[in-house]
Design a protein around this ligand. Sequence first.
Ligand SMILES: NC(=O)c1ccc[n+]([C@@H]2O[C@H](COP(=O)([O-])OP(=O)(O)OC[C@H]3O[C@@H](n4cnc5c(N)ncnc54)[C@H](OP(=O)(O)O)[C@@H]3O)[C@@H](O)[C@H]2O)c1
Length: 287
Amino acid sequence: MRTRRIGELGVGAIGLGGMPMSIEGRPDEQRSIATIHAALNAGVTLIDTADAYHLHADEVGHNESLIARALAGYDGDTSDVLVATKGGHLRPGDGSWTQDGSPEHLKEACDASLKRLGVEAIGLYQFHRPDPEVPYEESIGALRDLLDAGKIRYAGVSNANSEQIRQAGDILGDRLVSVQNQFSPAFRSSEAELELCARMGIAFLPWSPLGGISKAGELGSRFAPFAEVAKAHEVSPQQVCLAWMLAKAPVVIPIPGSSRPETILDSVRAVDLELTSEELGRLDAAG
Ligand SMILES: NC(=O)c1ccc[n+]([C@@H]2O[C@H](COP(=O)([O-])OP(=O)(O)OC[C@H]3O[C@@H](n4cnc5c(N)ncnc54)[C@H](OP(=O)(O)O)[C@@H]3O)[C@@H](O)[C@H]2O)c1
């Protein structure tokens, strides 16, 4: 697969989002492992996860543990796989998502993620979401301390606006390598952050790129131009969507979620789908 850069690392230009394998509606472990192995076989080397990707209160890190088991049980080389995890969100078990961006929590959460992933340093650790109760520079200061301690190799931020991205860049310097924000045909408002990342030369990882778990299947029926371009190329509207994102800037690395081998295998083919400038213009206008 063609690669793009996260810091000094090259990763497959389409990553795998792990969330659907651990939250509401998740499949059994066998299917999840098959999905991760199919992704690896297809050249995926970026897997996005978070300690908060779990269902019940007593299974924090479900998705991180699943990914660690899948990598351990893979019969190929996994040395170039970047597992990108996050801290700062919590799931009490009632379906809600809460936050704790305090340095104490982030440091404890990172230690727990290190154990679950079974690594000495986490390749990419992302602050999941700004916590309105904690000054942003304090949360980002925790990432700087984790970098200095060698517990994480690179840092990223998520759900950050342009000002927060600049602030994180001031604190972390070139160790800030990625921004993960929501971006899809239905959700365009983070295009400003995407452009900022392109100017700063840091990776932009669109989350819910297909519109989210419950809406991804309807992408073609919700946005007709995506279905029309898909028909012309004899591919899926989802593949067109990912190719459209890849064409936006060389820093874009979409992380479509998947819980079946078929869907991630379809998604990775987006790296080879060339769209014309006329097609890209039609997709841009299909808001
Ligand atoms: N930072 C944050 O705050 C945040 C928030 C949300 C998500 N995320 C990350 O972003 C990742 C992606 O977002 P998401 O999972 O919410 O939504 P998504 O990627 O927009 O949609 C996921 C769904 O798309 C389906 N799908 C994937 N590829 C497809 C294809 N080629 N054709 C048809 N259907 C396809 C999958 O179906 P199957 O399940 O049937 O395979 C999956 O359930 C997450 O997994 C997570 O890692 C981060």
